[in-house]
Write a protein that binds this ligand. Sequence first.
Ligand code: AMP
Length: 396
Amino acid sequence: MKNIETFNFQDKKVLVRVDFNVPLNESFEITDSSRIDAAIPTINKILSGGGAAILMSHLGRPKEGPEDAFSLKHLVGYLAEQLKTNVKFADDCIGVSAKQLSAGLQNGEVLLLENLRFYKEETKGDEIFAEKLAALGDVYMNDAFGTAHRAHASTAIIAKFFPENKLFGYIMENEVKSIENVLHNAKKPFTAILGGAKVSGKIEIINNLLDKVDNLIVGGGMMFTFIHATGGHVGKSLIEDELLELALHTIEGAKERGVNLYLPTDTIIADKFDNAANKKLSVVDDIPDDWMGLDIGPDSIAQFKEVIHNSRTILWNGPMGVFEMENFAAGTKAIAEAVAEATAKGAYSLIGGGDSVAAINKYNLKDKVSYVSTGGGAMLEYIEGKELPGVKAIKD
Ligand code: AMP
């Protein structure tokens, strides 16, 4: 496989699939630029290596053809500022203007193409559309981890037109390396911490991880399905009745494989789903009828912290409680801190999935863990054990 660090970009027009799907406000100003910021090192590497960069991305979910609200032209100013160079813009990602602008592009120059999803062929993975995009560059680079689980024209199909000249950008490379590191090269003890609202979205993750981890910590709303399945009384806490069987199966599966499954023993309960609710501490399996568990309790925190501190590899997905509400955030905060402490002692820690990433950022611990994954859905499918089309297209 070609590598961005050693690739010779001299005189090459590099077609880069980036993830510039950033939120815009009503005046089309970028309200969170992190996805663009993350791609800057990749683009700079191409430019400083003597090549030119042709950037392509989707933005939002346009329904039918071009729509001003989803135009990538709104990003040109910010991108130019960050790259400290002029950025050209093609108001159609294929067709005459894209062809002319890319053909005239000089080394060190940047061209941004209009929203790929103005063509329905993009999400359909249309080969002819992919070929038209491919005609614009000499090299294909994928640096959009957020869409790597989709077999779209620009994320996967296009790669076949560059059998010798395709590679990952820095974001893709780091994401793949860190997830592979955890799934296939984990130093033991390996602990997975799963939380968040529901078991239903995490079944395949649990199944895949049971064969790999030494410890599995379960918190968040999903813990109550496990507690209820084993006969506990959980009041009005979140449970998924249709998954009780599966929860028992998981508990058995963990036992058979010698995986230590840690469930909370205590919980902070509330009389309504509200930060201003009355709250008190309860054992986890005897919650009064009209109350619901919204966070893990101090005994559970202490036990989980000990397990985390003794781990050498940690994978964390999903908050331990309703951390968006200040009164039910203590469990998530304590676990985030414990992961950071274990990392300081030499553990490798990977944080992934929207809400645990939000939690790590909220407590300013982003730089104190080993890697924070940027791709929510893509990261989850990867740890479910699926092969991502965007990764496969480059590796094959
Ligand atoms: P997920 O997207 O599945 O990772 O779920 C994240 C959401 O789970 C967050 O918005 C949390 O507020 C929510 N959550 C965590 N713990 C609980 C709980 N005990 N009851 C209800 N929701 C919870």
